[in-house]
Design a protein around this ligand. Structure first.
Ligand code: HEM
Length: 143
């Protein structure tokens, strides 16, 4: 139906706009983490910058879920179920990242190896899940 087609286009636009907002903010946060880990910025600068990115990250993720539902995901497709698992994993990872941020706020540089490993694992899981969801989204549209 014509209306369904236009609604789909609007939802797809909202999906991609939310992707830019959320994933863009995630990339900025992880970049600050990388700058700090390679000695290019102070810990408090990285923590403050990352904390300020929480609003666009969660707003983008919320927008992706809402617009994604409007795109009528095919829940019989293993690829779509994998994508939804990645979205669940990156959401839980984001929640535990809040805990990590609080630990880092209280820490003094140089931080211990445990906190460093926690930060690296959080960034790796985040990147893997976001890129995985992007690739599956792209594959689903093009198959
Ligand atoms: C981190 C979260 C997500 C990312 C990075 C993501 C990414 C993408 C991308 C890149 C596309 C392809 C758009 C295009 O080729 O023009 C797409 C399409 C799609 N996404 Fe997502 N998405 C996310 C979350 C969700 C969620 C939570 C749902 C469902 C509840 C969903 C449902 C869909 C559907 C159904 C399509 C296919 C659109 C079509 O039929 O053309 N997405 N997504």
């Amino acid at each position: 139906m014509e209306t369904d087609g236009s609604m789909h286009k609007v939802a797809l636009f909202a999906h991609l706009a939310s992707l830019v907002l959320g994933f863009g903010a995630v990339l900025s946060a992880d970049y600050y983490g990388l700058l700090w880990a390679t000695g290019r910025c102070a810990l408090d600068e990285a923590v403050v910058a990352t904390t300020r990115l929480h609003v666009p990250i969660w707003a983008g993720l919320g927008g992706l879920v809402l617009s994604g539902l409007m795109l009528h995901p095919n829940l019989d497709s293993p690829l779509t179920l994998t994508k939804l698992s990645l979205v669940a994993a990156l959401t839980v990872n984001g929640l535990q990242a809040g805990l990590l941020a609080r630990r880092l706020e209280a820490a003094v540089d140089p931080v211990g190896p445990k906190l460093l490993a926690w930060g690296a694992a959080t960034a790796l899981v985040s990147q893997a899940c976001w890129w995985g969801a992007v690739v599956i989204g792209f594959l689903n549209t093009n198959t």
